[in-house]
Design a binder for this molecule. Sequence first.
Ligand code: PLP
Length: 357
Amino acid sequence: MATFVADPSVPRTPADQITAALADPGFGRYFVDHMAHALWTPEAGWHDHALVATGPIPLHPGLAALQYGQEIFEGLKAFRHPDGSVWLFRPEMNAARFARSAVRMQMPPLPIPDFLDSVTRLVELNLDWVPSAPEQSLYLRPFMFGSETLIGVRASNEYTYVCLGMPVMPFYPDPLKLWVTPNYARSMAGGTGGAKCGGNYGASMIAEHEAHAQGCGQVLWLDSATRSWVEESGTMNFLVVTADGELVTPALNGQILAGITRDSLLTIAAAHGLRGVERPLGFAELCSGIESGQITEALACGTAAVVSPVVGIKTPDLELVVGDGSPGVKTRELRAHLTGIQFGTEPDVHGWLRRVG
Ligand SMILES: Cc1ncc(COP(=O)(O)O)c(C=O)c1O
């Protein structure tokens, strides 16, 4: 395993400036002092693992990622517990997903130990940047991209890995209304929907814009082939609670991102009297279930929001209110349980936390 070596000359932000930043960190407004950086070439493989000063890196404008979109990323968080200790949440899941995304995009996977070393050392070196205010955390953004100057269309022969760290605000998600777009698709069989690549997000922005124009906070994506199966929502997976005590989410089919929050909710569901179920979820079943009361709650989940209650579904010819239109009881319980584990106020019985400092 390669170790990310800290550059001792990286300037340190004075404590009073960190305190001022943490008073109102926004989401990506301030970056920690170091960023992880590594390079890949065919001759040397992954090399030059280092923690350098966060800032611009010289790049040629003809680089592969800018021309052809060979780029993947991840998102995970470090949390400060009441005793002051700092913990990462399931980082090996992000490392494994990053490697799978790389394979799909014909990129050389960063070895899982290297990924884990980069995030661990980045947090260790910047512990003062980990907020202690309620629900604030340190967000980590690992990403890699084809960095060869490349105008002919083929896979890049050079790659750059970077991980940035930033304190982020508590994210109290508003109850969401979801828009089912008739015009756009996110994913298709054989496509990149199951990978966390930048292009997926660029391609979905027009639909998000459409959702906002419809008074909705996000898009609920259906499968592109038949528009009859529910997939996911924006940067979140989608789940429903049924009157039979199930927490149902669409099965992973290569077109949906394998969310770590999704997996965590399916696991803790039992503690809330729910059976976690992964299976195809028909859009017709979703609509009739909401209308009949068989579906009692809907929610969307991901690292940033953890859990967002879904209170409405809108299509060009239909508008449905989920339950009584307010966040569901199980939705609130699941959110409180998961954030409790992350912030160290609920026991971590599944062994999901990795201590950093
Ligand atoms: C498209 C998409 N689906 C689902 C998720 C939720 O994944 P996670 O819970 O790992 O953050 C994300 C966020 O990474 C996403 O971008």
